[in-house]
Design a protein around this ligand. Structure first.
Ligand SMILES: [Zn+2]
Length: 163
């Protein structure tokens, strides 16, 4: 990781505050708790994961506040949405991402691995050029067996997110 690209969450919180102000939205303790919980999360998370973490910071955070905050967070560009074709979305802090990311997801535990996929940019551009269309979004999704599934035939977290 390039140290000059590394942004700490305090600076990012300032950026988020500026974004809220620019949208005419109030900077509330709940929104900041949700932001901190989201930006400090090292991995992909769901809205429910975020609710749990945000409540550890500020127990007045409600489910409705989290669901209302998520579109604001993604619009700010500090958090990105990761759609792996489930009926719920995953989210992830947008740290140092400069290349198109492809997701590889374990069939059993839903663990998501991200991998740089610069060829996807080329692919989108090719589609756009050939069909004269403007590409809005694209995704590459690979399902896999994670190492745990390969070695034991079962993931510890297996099915957790499906229940
Ligand atoms: Zn797995």
């Amino acid at each position: 990781m390039d140290a000059t690209d590394t942004k700490n969450s305090k600076n990012m919180q300032e950026t988020f505050k500026d974004f809220l102000s620019s949208k005419g939205l109030r900077v509330t303790n709940q929104r900041l708790a949700i932001f901190d919980a989201a930006f400090d999360h090292p991995d992909h998370f769901t809205a429910e994961d975020l609710l749990e973490r945000a409540r550890e910071i500020d127990d007045s955070v409600s489910r409705a506040t989290v669901y209302r905050a998520l579109p604001i967070l993604t619009e700010s560009g500090l958090i990105r949405e990761v759609d792996v074709g489930r009926d719920y979305k995953f989210y992830m802090a947008n740290r140092n991402v400069t290349t198109f990311q492809a997701q590889v997801i374990c069939l059993d535990c839903d663990k998501i691995f991200e991998i740089d996929a610069p060829f996807m940019e080329w692919y989108g551009k090719t589609v756009a050029d050939k069909l004269s269309l403007k590409v809005e979004s694209q995704r590459l999704q690979v399902t896999a067996h994670c190492s745990e599934l390969q070695s034991s035939g079962l993931c510890k977290r297996g099915g957790k997110r499906n229940s």
